[in-house]
Each structure stands twice: as C-alpha cells, then as structure tokens.
Design a protein around this ligand. Structure first.
Ligand code: SF4
Length: 377
C-alpha cells in the first residue's frame, strides 16, 4: 500500500491522491448528505470518496465558495498546498448544513487564517524529530515507544500537530516496519508499543496482522496501544476481523480514539466502540481543546457524559500543540482551567479528563494545574 507523496515544496502529504484515488472528481457526483449510516460502504470505499478540496467541501455543506482573492490559481487555499483537505462523507453527515460555525466543520475546513504567522508556532511543536530513534520509531518516554505506522489518515484535522511531519524522511513510508521491529527487539526496557501515524487503522487488516504478529513475537512487550481517529470518522473500519484479531492478541490491547465534540459520537460510532469494549478492548478518548469547537464547559461535559455512558474513559484534554497554521484554534490556558474546574463540579471524577500539554524533551505529558487553588490537607 502506498501512503504519501511529495508535493512541490518537498513535504509529505498525509493522504495523497496516489494513496487513495478520488472516486468522485466533480462535486455534483457526491452522494447526497445526510448519508444513511445504517448501510455503510466498505471503509476503503469511504476513504476513496472522501472530499479533497475546500471548495468541494464548502459546496457539500451548503456554503458559498471562497472569494477569488484568497484562492490560488488551482482553486485551493494556500494552506491546502502542504496539508490538503480530506474529509470523509461519514463525518460530514454529522455537520449541520449551511452553518459555517459548525464545530465539526471547523475541524476540517481550511481557512485563510492558516496563513497567519504567529510567534511560537512551529512545524514540529512537540519535538518529534528529536525523538526519532530509528526509522519510523519515536521514543520519548520510559517503557513506551511509538511506531509511525503510516502517514495516511482518515481525515485531515486542521489543528494536527503532525500536519507538516516529514513522513517520507522518517522511514514510516515503507510499511515493512523492519527497523521498528529491530529497535524494539533490542530494547528490553520497552513494555508498551503505541501504533500511531498518521492513523494506524488506515492500514489494511492484513498488514496490521503482520505488524501485530511481529510485535507479539517480541517477548518483553506486554501492551499494544492503538491511537486512531478512524472509529470516529469512518466507524465501519472496526471490522469483525479487526475486533477478533485484537481481542485474541497475547498483548493487552488498548484503543485510544479521538473525538472533540459530542456531535461526533453518532449511533454508528457508539455501536462499534461498544463492540470493541464488549470484546475486551478498553477504549479511551483524547480530545484537543479548540477555539470555536469545544471551548465551553457544557460542550465538553456533554462529550464526557456520552463517553462514559458508553463505557469510554475520557483520558486526555490536550492544550493545543502550537503547530504552524493552527494558531486560530488556540484557547488560553486560563480558560481551559476554568472549563476543567467546571467539569469537576458536574461530573464524577472518573469522567473528567486530565488537562495536559506536551513539551518537547519532557519525560511525560505535563498536567496543567491551577496553582492558585488552595491545597487542602
Ligand atoms: S489529528 Fe490524528 S487523525 Fe487528525 S490529521 Fe492528525 S494524525 Fe490524522
């Protein structure tokens, strides 16, 4: 499977035309929204028919096109050159039409704001490249290592901290994963492997099976954690075959999904995550605090409620990683602390996620705490 191509500036596009050829070239050929999620197409078909340009996306959700002044001659916004639009219809079906402020739309719609240069926002905000210890392996924290399983994703989130990650130079493109396996074999101190990317579940069941089998053959590994947004954006990716493979692994398998807003949790999403949980795979959720998406305590409380009602643990609420092109999503830390404080008053403790940020070079994620709070003994 191919995943990624070099664009004019030499960077890697996460989910390229080459990897997932477009099935529908004209906006007029798209299936009508809302989709009938009770009869899902195969997840790879869902990838192929995903929307791939901001103007096509605007049309699909009933918005007027951008004005000609902000568009490049090819009809795209400048931010799409390095990080193209990619939005599956399954996700768009949960968007309210004709609403430019829809919280799901904001996550996928490129804006001219992405061109605003902001001090402190960089291409590699969490120091991934310094943690690259072998092609395709990031090793930041004790006992755990992360495999860049693939460069492809099932959606392109405009705030993504890896939106400029040079996947091609990091070796994650080959998908034989041999350098990653060799690194892990030689590190008996590592007990947990995280499959990340890109999104590991854009890899076929067959390839995933090969990778998981190779990991199972490393005796000192105990746990396998899969970080994926696919269960949210294209829930039919949770195939029966995948669930069987994960639940029969000799490793303890944990699934970490990524939903930011309660509107993302459709019936179909919850059916599939419940199936995972019933099959013995714990499911956790991480969210990113995003301006105009979920920066209100009522919204996050509703997200957490829906998660725990379906036995999904709210795990992390991330402060935005300061990646270039995403400054318009940033919420001040003080506002984030107020939201967390409010969540504590309306939810049980286990339903409140840890509010964290990642700093390059640190030995773990850092909890964001309100230092003005009185500590009671
Ligand atoms: S946030 Fe996750 S799913 Fe979204 S573009 Fe980044 S890696 Fe892909």
């Amino acid at each position: 499977m191919r995943n990624g191509s070099t664009n004019q500036s030499g960077k890697i596009l996460a989910t390229s035309e080459e990897f997932v050829p477009t099935a529908f070239h004209l906006p007029g050929e798209l299936p009508a929204l809302p989709l009938d999620e009770s009869e899902p197409v195969h997840w790879q078909v869902a990838m192929k028919r995903a929307i791939r340009s901001s103007q096509q996306l605007r049309k699909a959700v009933g918005l007027p096109p951008d004005s000609a002044e902000v568009l490049l001659p090819e009809g795209k916004l400048a931010g799409e050159r390095d990080f193209p639009t990619f939005a599956p219809l399954e996700f768009l079906a949960r968007i309210q039409p004709n609403n430019p402020d829809d919280p799901l739309l904001r996550q996928v719609l490129p804006l001219p704001d992405e061109q605003v240069e902001q001090a402190g926002f960089a291409a590699d905000p969490v120091g991934d490249l310094n943690a690259l210890v072998s092609p395709g392996v990031l090793h930041k924290y004790e006992g755990r290592a992360l495999i860049l399983t693939t460069s492809a994703c099932g959606i392109h989130c405009r705030y993504c901290f890896r939106r400029e990650f040079p996947y091609q130079q990091t070796g994650s493109r080959k998908e034989d994963w041999l350098p990653s396996i060799e690194y892990l074999q030689n590190r008996p101190d590592i007990e947990e492997v995280i499959l990340s990317g890109g999104d590991p579940l854009t890899t076929t069941d067959e390839k995933l099976n090969q990778l998981i089998s190779a990991l199972e053959n490393i005796p000192h590994l105990q746990r396998l954690r899969i970080h994926s947004r696919m269960p949210i954006v294209i829930p039919q990716r949770i195939t029966e075959e995948l669930v069987k493979r994960l639940s029969s692994s000799r490793l303890s398998v944990w699934m970490v999904i990524h939903a930011n807003h309660p509107q993302e949790l459709s019936e179909s999403v919850l059916l599939r995550t419940t199936h995972l949980i019933d099959s013995g795979i714990p499911v956790l959720n991480q969210a990113v605090l995003l301006r105009g998406v979920n920066d209100e305590s009522e919204i996050l409380a509703e997200l957490c409620r829906r998660l725990v009602n379906h036995r999904i643990q709210p795990y992390y609420l991330h402060q935005l990683d300061r990646v270039r092109g995403a400054s318009h999503f940033e919420v001040p830390v003080e506002a984030g602390l107020r939201i967390i404080e409010s969540l504590r008053t309306v939810l049980p403790g286990y339903a409140v996620p840890q509010y964290v940020h990642e700093e390059a070079g640190e030995k773990s994620k850092s909890p964001i705490l309100d230092n003005t709070r009185e500590v009671k003994s």
